[in-house]
Design a protein around this ligand. Structure first.
Ligand code: G3P
Ligand code: CA
Length: 261
């Protein structure tokens, strides 16, 4: 493989409902180098793969994820809202693969892939959970031997956040885990060159990269790798390939892989 790593954002989430096992397995079949997922805590302290604070958009449930127990969330349907699971879908999707996905189940699936897979885990709302997300996450990763993987371990985890505080917490808890600081605006410290709190990788959004052609070269000149999200359009894939980024985070991994060549 040459060129940047291709990460499936929430799974192959243009084709299938985001954050479901169905979407992640599809991304692995398509040949994605890695998978991206967001994690939140349930009321009883389990890490689950859900993007929004509320259940309403991506399930048949209502209200906040953090107000429900794991058992309550497991009773919900996280697939039927998406056209990929609707009556016009190309092929039927096993409903067992569109239930709630816990991070543990995702780790098991990644280990079952039988090939190297990168996992980008984004902690959502670290201030609201008061550091518990990072603590639980590092505990779980340690249990799976993923905080300090050996040279032959096929699974590699990187932790991401928009919050410098969360990046700092993760680095304090597990200094060997690589971290991405996500950027949706241009912070003042960018003038200093290096990312704060030891984040190794910069994660600017595609809108920033499109409007500031100097951004990727500046970050790379400062010694950072650059992973760009969420790159879904062919022109944008070509733009970030030409810019020499290190990672492309996309809802359409097959498209990015085909253009990467
Ligand atoms: O990969 C980074 C990207 O996922 C950040 O935005 O809202 O999709 O989590 P969001
Ligand atoms: Ca995310």
């Amino acid at each position: 493989m040459s060129g940047p790593l291709v990460f499936a954002h929430r799974g192959s989430s243009a084709a299938l409902p985001e954050h479901t096992l169905a979407a992640y397995l599809r991304a692995l079949e398509e040949g994605a180098d890695g998978l991206e997922c967001d994690v939140r805590l349930t009321r009883d302290g389990h890490l689950v793969c859900v993007h929004d604070r509320r259940l309403d958009r991506t399930s048949n449930g209502r209200g906040k994820v953090s107000a429900r127990t794991l058992a309550e969330l497991e009773a919900l349907d996280f697939g039927s809202w998406h056209p990929g699971c609707g009556p016009d879908a190309d092929e039927p999707v096993d409903p067992a693969r569109t239930r709630l996905l816990t991070l543990e189940r995702l780790l098991d699936a990644v280990h079952g892939a039988g090939r190297p897979v990168r996992l980008l885990i984004e902690t959502k709302h670290p201030t609201r959970y008061g550091g518990n997300v990072e603590r639980r996450l590092v505990e779980l990763l340690r249990r799976y031997g993923l905080t300090e993987p050996g040279p032959d371990d096929p699974v590699r985890v990187t932790v991401m956040s928009f919050s410098p505080l969360a990046v700092r917490r993760t680095r304090e808890l597990a200094p060997t885990l690589p971290t991405v600081l996500l950027l949706d605006t241009l912070p003042g410290w960018l003038r200093l060159g290096r990312l704060p709190f030891g984040a190794r990788i910069a994660g600017p959004g595609i809108a920033l990269v499109r409007s500031r052609p100097w951004l990727v070269p500046t970050l790379r000149a400062a010694g950072h790798q650059v992973y760009v999200w969420t790159v879904n359009e062919p022109d944008d894939v070509d733009l970030v390939l030409a810019a020499g980024v290190d990672g492309i985070i996309t809802d359409r991994p097959a498209l990015a892989l085909a253009r990467r060549g």
